[in-house]
Design a protein around this ligand. Structure first.
Ligand code: URA
Length: 197
């Protein structure tokens, strides 16, 4: 099946996921799940945490305050947003922007795995601790797991069903909202990705 149809199937399956702990919130708030956006042939896939308010209202990843920072980081590294694929580990918004619960990550992670299998990117660039922990555990790097303050900006060689995949843990763009020095660190780390475009 073509990538576009496989991705459409992922979307339909997430939309129909009545068993999700966040499904009732989605319906009550009349908001949308966020599947992902970008090129299905991307060599770099960014994996954030979960949709925020703006994302759930529009169905688009990283389109609010964190998205503006992500756009700035991409621009500073010379990476076009259309050239990459951007998604999250959790596809529905946790209420009040709280951290996702383990059972929410468990419910949505199989969809992320399917998206990775469809796109087969060279690099999984995780944004924040939750996607870092899932992706490293899932793709052969459990033994390398350390706090994000230690791992950010480093390149790891992981194993995906489609073959070797590089994992680059990055801080979540939201950390730059509260500190300019973290934005400089993020910019430096994003430059690591230029080699894999
Ligand atoms: N934060 C995330 O982790 N993902 C989004 O899509 C928006 C904010």
């Amino acid at each position: 099946m073509e990538k576009v149809n496989l991705m459409r199937q992922v979307k339909e399956d997430v939309v129909a996921l009545v068993s999700s702990p966040l499904y009732a919130e989605r319906i009550a708030n009349k908001v949308f799940p966020v599947i992902g956006e970008g090129s299905h042939n991307a060599s770099i896939m960014f994996i954030g945490e979960a949709p925020g308010k703006n994302e759930a209202a529009t169905g688009r990843p990283f389109c609010g305050a964190s998205g503006r920072i992500l756009d700035e980081l991409l621009l500073s590294a010379g990476i076009a947003r259309e050239q990459v694929y951007i998604t999250n580990i959790v596809k529905d918004r946790p209420p009040g922007n709280r951290d996702p619960f383990p059972e929410e990550i468990e419910a949505y992670a199989p969809f992320l795995d399917r998206q990775i299998a469809i796109i087969q990117p060279k690099v999984l660039a995780t944004l924040g601790r939750f996607s870092m922990e899932y992706v490293m555990s899932r793709y052969g790097l459990l033994g390398e797991l350390k706090p994000i303050s230690v791992l950010h900006g480093k390149v790891f060689q992981g194993k995906a069903p489609h073959g070797e995949v590089l994992v680059v843990p990055l801080y979540h763009p939201a950390v730059a909202i509260y500190g300019a020095s973290k934005k400089d660190t993020l910019k430096e780390d994003f430059r690591v990705l230029q080699a894999y475009l």
